[in-house]
Design a protein around this ligand. Structure first.
Ligand SMILES: C[S@@+](CC[C@H](N)C(=O)[O-])C[C@H]1O[C@@H](n2cnc3c(N)ncnc32)[C@H](O)[C@@H]1O
Length: 203
């Protein structure tokens, strides 16, 4: 049975896909992606969790020669991603049910997606990522906001929306417990939003 908050997120992004796509560039991702690229080999196989419309993350990494697989559960967002980044692979998949084999990817990114997933699932997402990523694989994600938080908003770009995450401290513990070494972590203000970013290496 689908989680009702996740269904609200999926339906929300289906509705606002075009609008989200148009405004995505206000959240500058390039400095973070350049930092990520320093840690991964050229042509690395990168999994983009909650890839959205492929702007800016998948598009930028593809241009830098990464082999991108983007997953998302919103058909509306995936349709735009396939148009925006024709040379990447996009699959409809729920992040809480990732079904890739062990050691499938050299690296993973997740921008503004895990924060939409009910936090009771977060531990298993990182455990699954530990399994999916190769040893020493790099993960870059905004893993939470500035404190433990859960909210359902009536109107985010024209649709109801849901967010859920733990504090940065608890989030770091979850990621470490899933067998990652933390390379860097920081709360950053990008656009109007303060998010907690983590760069980690798989053990
Ligand atoms: C704010 S958008 C971010 C999209 C993209 N990463 C970016 O940087 O613009 C969040 C995305 O996460 C996706 N998402 C949220 N929960 C998900 C889940 N459980 N499984 C798959 N995708 C999910 C949404 O459909 C949406 O496309």
């Amino acid at each position: 049975m689908p989680n009702k908050n996740s269904e609200l997120v999926r339906e929300g992004y289906n509705k606002i896909a075009e609008k989200y796509n148009k405004q995505r560039k206000i959240y500058q991702s390039k400095p973070l992606l350049l930092k990520f690229l320093k840690y991964i080999p050229k042509n690395a196989k990168v999994l983009d969790l909650g890839c959205g419309t492929g702007i800016s993350v998948a598009k930028f990494l593809r241009k830098k020669s990464c082999k991108i697989t983007g997953i998302d559960f919103s058909e509306g967002m995936l349709k735009l991603a396939r148009k925006n980044v024709p040379k990447a692979k996009f699959i409809k998949m729920d992040i809480t049910k990732m079904r890739f084999t062990e050691n499938s990817f050299g690296a993973a990114v997740s921008f503004y997606a895990i924060i939409h997933i009910p936090r009771k699932f977060h531990k298993n997402i990182y455990k699954n990522l530990h399994r999916i990523l190769k040893k020493d694989g790099i993960l870059l994600a905004n893993a939470s906001g500035t404190c433990t938080w859960e909210e359902t908003a009536k109107d985010y770009l024209g649709a109801p929306m849901f967010w859920s995450f733990f504090s940065p401290e608890k989030t770091l513990k979850i990621i470490k417990d899933a067998c990652f070494v933390i390379l860097w972590s920081k709360v950053l203000k990008i656009g109007n939003e303060k998010q907690f970013w983590v760069l980690a290496k798989n053990k």
